[in-house]
Design a protein around this ligand. Structure first.
Ligand code: BYC
Length: 333
Protein backbone atom coordinates (compact mmCIF):
# COMPACT_ATOMS: atom_id res chain seq x y z
CA UNK A 1 0.00 0.00 0.00
CA UNK A 2 1.38 3.42 -0.92
CA UNK A 3 2.31 5.79 1.90
CA UNK A 4 -0.27 8.33 0.71
CA UNK A 5 -3.09 5.84 1.07
CA UNK A 6 -1.76 4.66 4.46
CA UNK A 7 -1.93 8.26 5.64
CA UNK A 8 -5.47 8.63 4.30
CA UNK A 9 -6.62 5.41 6.05
CA UNK A 10 -4.97 6.57 9.28
CA UNK A 11 -6.71 9.94 8.95
CA UNK A 12 -10.10 8.32 8.23
CA UNK A 13 -9.62 6.07 11.27
CA UNK A 14 -8.66 9.04 13.44
CA UNK A 15 -11.82 10.85 12.25
CA UNK A 16 -13.91 7.78 13.17
CA UNK A 17 -12.40 7.66 16.65
CA UNK A 18 -12.99 11.40 17.09
CA UNK A 19 -16.60 10.96 15.88
CA UNK A 20 -17.05 8.09 18.36
CA UNK A 21 -15.76 10.28 21.20
CA UNK A 22 -18.15 13.08 20.22
CA UNK A 23 -21.01 10.59 19.99
CA UNK A 24 -20.28 9.30 23.47
CA UNK A 25 -20.14 12.87 24.78
CA UNK A 26 -23.53 13.58 23.24
CA UNK A 27 -24.89 10.29 24.52
CA UNK A 28 -25.54 9.35 20.90
CA UNK A 29 -24.97 5.65 21.29
CA UNK A 30 -25.60 4.72 17.65
CA UNK A 31 -22.38 6.11 16.20
CA UNK A 32 -20.33 4.92 19.17
CA UNK A 33 -21.79 1.43 18.92
CA UNK A 34 -21.13 1.30 15.16
CA UNK A 35 -17.53 2.41 15.65
CA UNK A 36 -17.04 -0.13 18.42
CA UNK A 37 -18.39 -2.91 16.19
CA UNK A 38 -15.96 -1.93 13.41
CA UNK A 39 -13.03 -1.59 15.82
CA UNK A 40 -13.76 -5.03 17.30
CA UNK A 41 -13.94 -6.60 13.83
CA UNK A 42 -17.55 -7.66 14.38
CA UNK A 43 -20.31 -7.57 11.76
CA UNK A 44 -22.73 -4.72 11.11
CA UNK A 45 -26.19 -6.17 10.45
CA UNK A 46 -29.10 -4.70 8.43
CA UNK A 47 -31.11 -3.43 11.43
CA UNK A 48 -28.09 -1.81 13.08
CA UNK A 49 -27.61 1.93 12.88
CA UNK A 50 -24.94 2.83 10.32
CA UNK A 51 -23.59 6.13 8.90
CA UNK A 52 -25.27 7.23 5.66
CA UNK A 53 -21.99 7.18 3.76
CA UNK A 54 -21.28 3.59 4.89
CA UNK A 55 -24.71 2.54 3.62
CA UNK A 56 -24.29 4.46 0.32
CA UNK A 57 -20.77 3.12 -0.22
CA UNK A 58 -21.92 -0.44 0.31
CA UNK A 59 -24.90 -0.08 -2.01
CA UNK A 60 -22.57 1.33 -4.69
CA UNK A 61 -20.04 -1.48 -4.40
CA UNK A 62 -22.46 -4.39 -3.94
CA UNK A 63 -24.67 -3.16 -6.80
CA UNK A 64 -21.70 -2.77 -9.14
CA UNK A 65 -20.58 -6.24 -8.13
CA UNK A 66 -24.05 -7.74 -8.76
CA UNK A 67 -24.32 -6.01 -12.15
CA UNK A 68 -20.88 -7.39 -13.06
CA UNK A 69 -22.01 -10.94 -12.40
CA UNK A 70 -25.10 -10.47 -14.57
CA UNK A 71 -23.30 -8.73 -17.46
CA UNK A 72 -20.46 -11.26 -17.07
CA UNK A 73 -22.83 -13.97 -18.30
CA UNK A 74 -22.73 -12.47 -21.81
CA UNK A 75 -19.10 -12.97 -22.89
CA UNK A 76 -19.16 -16.53 -21.55
CA UNK A 77 -22.63 -17.30 -22.89
CA UNK A 78 -21.31 -16.38 -26.33
CA UNK A 79 -19.51 -19.76 -26.42
CA UNK A 80 -22.20 -22.10 -25.07
CA UNK A 81 -23.40 -23.08 -28.54
CA UNK A 82 -19.86 -23.51 -29.84
CA UNK A 83 -18.16 -25.31 -26.94
CA UNK A 84 -16.00 -28.07 -28.43
CA UNK A 85 -17.79 -31.01 -26.74
CA UNK A 86 -21.03 -31.83 -24.95
CA UNK A 87 -19.13 -32.08 -21.65
CA UNK A 88 -17.54 -28.63 -22.13
CA UNK A 89 -20.96 -27.22 -23.06
CA UNK A 90 -22.61 -28.63 -19.91
CA UNK A 91 -19.80 -27.26 -17.70
CA UNK A 92 -19.98 -23.82 -19.32
CA UNK A 93 -23.77 -23.70 -18.94
CA UNK A 94 -23.43 -24.54 -15.24
CA UNK A 95 -20.83 -21.82 -14.86
CA UNK A 96 -23.01 -19.18 -16.53
CA UNK A 97 -25.90 -20.23 -14.27
CA UNK A 98 -23.60 -19.78 -11.27
CA UNK A 99 -22.97 -16.17 -12.36
CA UNK A 100 -26.72 -15.53 -12.34
CA UNK A 101 -26.84 -17.02 -8.84
CA UNK A 102 -24.02 -14.73 -7.69
CA UNK A 103 -25.93 -11.75 -9.07
CA UNK A 104 -29.00 -12.82 -7.08
CA UNK A 105 -27.13 -13.29 -3.77
CA UNK A 106 -25.57 -9.86 -4.24
CA UNK A 107 -28.81 -8.07 -5.19
CA UNK A 108 -30.37 -9.68 -2.10
CA UNK A 109 -27.47 -8.41 0.05
CA UNK A 110 -27.90 -4.88 -1.39
CA UNK A 111 -31.65 -5.02 -0.73
CA UNK A 112 -30.97 -5.42 3.02
CA UNK A 113 -29.59 -1.85 2.87
CA UNK A 114 -32.96 -0.44 1.86
CA UNK A 115 -32.87 -0.33 -1.95
CA UNK A 116 -35.26 -2.39 -4.04
CA UNK A 117 -34.34 -4.84 -6.79
CA UNK A 118 -36.24 -2.66 -9.28
CA UNK A 119 -34.17 0.39 -8.33
CA UNK A 120 -30.95 -1.55 -8.74
CA UNK A 121 -31.89 -3.06 -12.10
CA UNK A 122 -33.07 0.35 -13.27
CA UNK A 123 -29.72 1.90 -12.25
CA UNK A 124 -27.90 -0.64 -14.42
CA UNK A 125 -30.21 -0.35 -17.40
CA UNK A 126 -30.20 3.44 -17.35
CA UNK A 127 -26.38 3.44 -17.09
CA UNK A 128 -26.36 5.24 -13.71
CA UNK A 129 -24.47 2.38 -12.07
CA UNK A 130 -21.42 0.62 -13.47
CA UNK A 131 -20.27 -2.92 -13.87
CA UNK A 132 -16.73 -4.30 -14.12
CA UNK A 133 -14.65 -3.00 -17.02
CA UNK A 134 -13.53 -6.53 -17.90
CA UNK A 135 -16.85 -7.53 -19.43
CA UNK A 136 -16.56 -4.90 -22.14
CA UNK A 137 -13.95 -6.98 -23.95
CA UNK A 138 -14.98 -9.55 -26.59
CA UNK A 139 -14.58 -13.34 -26.38
CA UNK A 140 -13.11 -14.05 -29.80
CA UNK A 141 -12.01 -17.68 -29.43
CA UNK A 142 -12.79 -20.77 -27.33
CA UNK A 143 -9.50 -20.16 -25.49
CA UNK A 144 -11.05 -16.93 -24.17
CA UNK A 145 -13.39 -19.05 -22.05
CA UNK A 146 -10.26 -20.57 -20.52
CA UNK A 147 -8.54 -17.20 -20.09
CA UNK A 148 -11.64 -15.70 -18.43
CA UNK A 149 -11.69 -18.62 -15.98
CA UNK A 150 -7.99 -18.51 -15.23
CA UNK A 151 -7.36 -14.76 -15.23
CA UNK A 152 -10.71 -13.03 -14.67
CA UNK A 153 -12.04 -15.50 -12.09
CA UNK A 154 -8.52 -15.68 -10.65
CA UNK A 155 -8.51 -11.88 -10.22
CA UNK A 156 -12.04 -12.08 -8.80
CA UNK A 157 -10.89 -14.58 -6.16
CA UNK A 158 -7.91 -12.45 -5.12
CA UNK A 159 -10.21 -9.42 -4.84
CA UNK A 160 -13.16 -11.22 -3.27
CA UNK A 161 -11.68 -13.60 -0.68
CA UNK A 162 -10.90 -10.61 1.60
CA UNK A 163 -14.51 -9.45 1.11
CA UNK A 164 -15.60 -12.58 3.05
CA UNK A 165 -14.28 -10.60 6.06
CA UNK A 166 -16.10 -7.41 5.07
CA UNK A 167 -17.70 -5.60 8.02
CA UNK A 168 -21.22 -5.80 6.57
CA UNK A 169 -22.67 -9.21 7.49
CA UNK A 170 -24.94 -9.97 4.49
CA UNK A 171 -22.22 -9.03 1.96
CA UNK A 172 -19.55 -11.04 3.81
CA UNK A 173 -21.80 -14.12 3.97
CA UNK A 174 -22.76 -13.88 0.28
CA UNK A 175 -19.07 -13.70 -0.59
CA UNK A 176 -18.26 -16.99 1.16
CA UNK A 177 -20.45 -18.99 -1.18
CA UNK A 178 -19.47 -16.94 -4.22
CA UNK A 179 -15.77 -17.51 -3.57
CA UNK A 180 -16.24 -21.27 -3.30
CA UNK A 181 -17.93 -21.28 -6.69
CA UNK A 182 -15.34 -18.91 -8.18
CA UNK A 183 -12.63 -21.41 -7.24
CA UNK A 184 -14.35 -24.02 -9.39
CA UNK A 185 -14.60 -21.48 -12.22
CA UNK A 186 -10.94 -20.64 -11.98
CA UNK A 187 -9.91 -24.29 -12.18
CA UNK A 188 -12.27 -24.89 -15.10
CA UNK A 189 -10.55 -22.10 -17.04
CA UNK A 190 -7.09 -23.26 -16.04
CA UNK A 191 -7.89 -26.79 -17.26
CA UNK A 192 -9.16 -25.50 -20.61
CA UNK A 193 -5.96 -23.50 -21.13
CA UNK A 194 -3.79 -26.41 -19.98
CA UNK A 195 -5.45 -28.73 -22.48
CA UNK A 196 -5.05 -26.22 -25.32
CA UNK A 197 -1.52 -25.30 -24.39
CA UNK A 198 -0.45 -28.95 -24.42
CA UNK A 199 -2.45 -29.78 -27.55
CA UNK A 200 -1.55 -29.08 -31.17
CA UNK A 201 0.60 -26.13 -32.18
CA UNK A 202 -2.47 -24.25 -33.37
CA UNK A 203 -4.23 -24.86 -30.04
CA UNK A 204 -1.17 -23.64 -28.12
CA UNK A 205 -1.11 -20.49 -30.27
CA UNK A 206 -4.79 -19.91 -29.61
CA UNK A 207 -4.23 -20.18 -25.83
CA UNK A 208 -1.24 -17.81 -25.93
CA UNK A 209 -3.06 -15.26 -28.10
CA UNK A 210 -5.94 -15.26 -25.66
CA UNK A 211 -3.73 -14.76 -22.59
CA UNK A 212 -1.98 -11.92 -24.47
CA UNK A 213 -5.33 -10.13 -24.87
CA UNK A 214 -6.74 -10.75 -21.36
CA UNK A 215 -3.66 -10.09 -19.21
CA UNK A 216 -3.75 -6.29 -18.97
CA UNK A 217 -7.57 -5.94 -18.78
CA UNK A 218 -7.42 -8.46 -15.90
CA UNK A 219 -4.80 -6.34 -14.10
CA UNK A 220 -7.03 -3.30 -14.62
CA UNK A 221 -9.98 -5.05 -12.91
CA UNK A 222 -8.42 -4.17 -9.53
CA UNK A 223 -9.22 -0.53 -10.18
CA UNK A 224 -7.15 2.67 -10.41
CA UNK A 225 -3.80 2.92 -8.62
CA UNK A 226 -4.01 3.68 -4.89
CA UNK A 227 -3.02 7.30 -5.49
CA UNK A 228 -6.15 7.77 -7.66
CA UNK A 229 -8.62 5.54 -5.82
CA UNK A 230 -11.43 7.74 -4.50
CA UNK A 231 -13.13 5.22 -2.21
CA UNK A 232 -10.27 3.15 -0.77
CA UNK A 233 -9.47 5.26 2.31
CA UNK A 234 -13.03 5.35 3.67
CA UNK A 235 -13.75 1.80 2.54
CA UNK A 236 -10.67 0.45 4.32
CA UNK A 237 -11.31 2.42 7.50
CA UNK A 238 -14.82 0.87 7.58
CA UNK A 239 -13.29 -2.56 6.88
CA UNK A 240 -15.35 -3.05 3.74
CA UNK A 241 -12.14 -3.35 1.70
CA UNK A 242 -9.27 -5.04 3.53
CA UNK A 243 -6.51 -4.38 1.01
CA UNK A 244 -5.79 -1.61 -1.46
CA UNK A 245 -6.16 -1.95 -5.24
CA UNK A 246 -2.38 -2.02 -5.77
CA UNK A 247 -1.80 -4.60 -3.04
CA UNK A 248 -4.31 -6.99 -4.59
CA UNK A 249 -2.97 -6.38 -8.12
CA UNK A 250 0.52 -7.32 -6.89
CA UNK A 251 -0.80 -10.43 -5.14
CA UNK A 252 -2.51 -11.47 -8.40
CA UNK A 253 0.67 -11.07 -10.46
CA UNK A 254 2.67 -13.09 -7.91
CA UNK A 255 0.03 -15.83 -8.05
CA UNK A 256 -0.13 -15.99 -11.86
CA UNK A 257 3.60 -16.25 -12.61
CA UNK A 258 4.13 -19.85 -11.39
CA UNK A 259 0.75 -20.91 -12.81
CA UNK A 260 1.72 -19.56 -16.26
CA UNK A 261 4.89 -21.64 -16.09
CA UNK A 262 2.92 -24.85 -15.47
CA UNK A 263 0.56 -23.87 -18.28
CA UNK A 264 3.51 -23.43 -20.60
CA UNK A 265 2.28 -19.95 -21.52
CA UNK A 266 4.03 -16.58 -21.41
CA UNK A 267 2.62 -13.52 -19.66
CA UNK A 268 2.88 -10.67 -22.19
CA UNK A 269 5.15 -8.40 -20.13
CA UNK A 270 8.86 -8.26 -21.01
CA UNK A 271 9.56 -6.38 -17.77
CA UNK A 272 7.98 -9.00 -15.52
CA UNK A 273 10.66 -10.31 -13.19
CA UNK A 274 11.24 -11.39 -9.59
CA UNK A 275 12.49 -8.65 -7.33
CA UNK A 276 14.36 -10.43 -4.51
CA UNK A 277 14.61 -7.25 -2.47
CA UNK A 278 10.85 -6.70 -2.41
CA UNK A 279 10.03 -10.42 -2.41
CA UNK A 280 7.52 -9.68 -5.18
CA UNK A 281 7.48 -9.44 -8.97
CA UNK A 282 8.11 -6.19 -10.78
CA UNK A 283 5.63 -5.78 -13.61
CA UNK A 284 4.22 -3.30 -16.11
CA UNK A 285 1.05 -1.60 -14.90
CA UNK A 286 -2.05 -1.72 -17.12
CA UNK A 287 -3.08 1.36 -19.08
CA UNK A 288 -5.26 3.17 -16.53
CA UNK A 289 -6.33 5.68 -19.16
CA UNK A 290 -7.87 2.79 -21.08
CA UNK A 291 -9.54 1.54 -17.85
CA UNK A 292 -11.23 4.89 -17.33
CA UNK A 293 -12.32 5.09 -20.99
CA UNK A 294 -13.86 1.62 -20.76
CA UNK A 295 -15.55 2.42 -17.43
CA UNK A 296 -17.02 5.60 -18.96
CA UNK A 297 -18.58 3.57 -21.78
CA UNK A 298 -16.00 3.62 -24.52
CA UNK A 299 -14.82 0.00 -24.46
CA UNK A 300 -15.04 -2.44 -27.37
CA UNK A 301 -18.35 -4.01 -26.21
CA UNK A 302 -20.07 -1.51 -23.86
CA UNK A 303 -22.90 -0.68 -26.27
CA UNK A 304 -23.46 -4.32 -27.19
CA UNK A 305 -23.55 -5.47 -23.54
CA UNK A 306 -26.05 -2.78 -22.54
CA UNK A 307 -28.28 -3.34 -25.61
CA UNK A 308 -28.40 -7.04 -24.85
CA UNK A 309 -29.19 -6.45 -21.17
CA UNK A 310 -31.97 -3.96 -21.99
CA UNK A 311 -33.49 -6.34 -24.56
CA UNK A 312 -33.36 -9.29 -22.12
CA UNK A 313 -35.03 -7.14 -19.46
CA UNK A 314 -37.82 -6.09 -21.84
CA UNK A 315 -38.27 -9.69 -23.02
CA UNK A 316 -38.65 -10.80 -19.40
CA UNK A 317 -41.44 -8.30 -18.64
CA UNK A 318 -44.18 -10.93 -19.08
CA UNK A 319 -42.46 -13.24 -16.56
CA UNK A 320 -42.31 -10.47 -13.94
CA UNK A 321 -45.96 -9.54 -14.64
CA UNK A 322 -47.06 -13.17 -14.35
CA UNK A 323 -45.12 -13.66 -11.09
CA UNK A 324 -46.63 -10.46 -9.62
CA UNK A 325 -50.16 -11.51 -10.69
CA UNK A 326 -49.65 -14.95 -9.15
CA UNK A 327 -48.34 -13.47 -5.88
CA UNK A 328 -51.34 -11.09 -5.72
CA UNK A 329 -53.75 -13.99 -6.31
CA UNK A 330 -52.09 -16.07 -3.57
CA UNK A 331 -52.35 -13.16 -1.16
CA UNK A 332 -56.13 -12.92 -1.70
CA UNK A 333 -56.68 -16.64 -1.05
N1 BYC B 1 -14.53 -1.56 -13.53
O1 BYC B 1 -12.14 4.36 -5.70
P1 BYC B 1 -12.01 3.12 -6.50
C1 BYC B 1 -16.32 -10.93 -11.40
C2 BYC B 1 -14.55 2.56 -10.50
S1 BYC B 1 -17.24 -9.63 -10.91
C3 BYC B 1 -15.46 -0.60 -13.42
O2 BYC B 1 -10.72 2.37 -6.38
P2 BYC B 1 -13.42 1.03 -5.12
C4 BYC B 1 -16.85 -11.96 -12.23
C5 BYC B 1 -15.12 2.56 -9.08
O3 BYC B 1 -16.40 1.95 -9.04
C6 BYC B 1 -16.04 -8.31 -10.92
N2 BYC B 1 -15.35 0.44 -12.55
O4 BYC B 1 -13.27 2.17 -6.19
C7 BYC B 1 -18.19 -11.99 -12.58
C8 BYC B 1 -15.17 4.06 -8.80
O5 BYC B 1 -16.21 4.66 -9.53
P3 BYC B 1 -17.55 5.30 -8.81
C9 BYC B 1 -16.49 -7.18 -10.13
C10 BYC B 1 -14.26 0.45 -11.76
O6 BYC B 1 -14.86 0.65 -5.06
C11 BYC B 1 -18.66 -12.94 -13.46
C12 BYC B 1 -13.90 4.56 -9.48
O7 BYC B 1 -13.60 3.61 -10.50
N3 BYC B 1 -15.97 -7.30 -8.79
O8 BYC B 1 -15.17 -10.86 -11.09
O9 BYC B 1 -12.76 1.39 -3.85
C13 BYC B 1 -17.79 -13.85 -14.02
C14 BYC B 1 -12.72 4.71 -8.54
O10 BYC B 1 -12.26 3.44 -8.05
C15 BYC B 1 -13.28 -0.54 -11.81
C16 BYC B 1 -16.41 -6.50 -7.84
O11 BYC B 1 -17.25 -5.68 -8.06
C17 BYC B 1 -13.43 -1.58 -12.75
N4 BYC B 1 -12.53 -2.55 -12.90
O12 BYC B 1 -12.59 -0.20 -5.75
C18 BYC B 1 -16.46 -13.83 -13.68
C19 BYC B 1 -15.79 -6.73 -6.46
N5 BYC B 1 -12.34 -0.25 -10.90
O13 BYC B 1 -18.30 4.13 -8.22
C20 BYC B 1 -15.97 -12.90 -12.79
C21 BYC B 1 -16.23 -5.74 -5.45
C22 BYC B 1 -12.71 0.88 -10.30
O14 BYC B 1 -17.07 6.26 -7.77
N6 BYC B 1 -15.73 -4.42 -5.75
N7 BYC B 1 -13.86 1.33 -10.82
O15 BYC B 1 -18.31 5.95 -9.93
C23 BYC B 1 -14.51 -3.97 -5.35
O16 BYC B 1 -13.71 -4.70 -4.76
C24 BYC B 1 -14.19 -2.52 -5.62
O17 BYC B 1 -15.39 -1.85 -5.87
C25 BYC B 1 -13.18 -2.30 -6.80
C26 BYC B 1 -12.99 -0.79 -6.98
C27 BYC B 1 -11.85 -2.92 -6.46
C28 BYC B 1 -13.73 -2.89 -8.10
Amino acid sequence: MGEGLLDEVAQAEAEMIAAAATAVERHDDSQAYFDAVIAADQKVEPRDWMPDDYRKGLIRQIAQHAHSEIIGMQPEGNWITRAPSLKRKAILMAKVQDEAGHGLYLYAAAETLGVTREELVDALISGRQKYSSIFNYPTLSWADVGAIGWLVDGAAIVNQVPLCRCSYGPYARAMIRICKEESFHQRQGYEILHTLSHGTEAQHRMAQESVDRWWYPSLAMFGPPDTESTHSAASMAWKIKRHSNDELRQRFVDMCVPQAEVLGLTLPDPDLRWNAERGQHDFTQPDFGELMRVVKGDGPCNAQRMDHRRRAHADGAWVRDAAAAYAAKREKQ
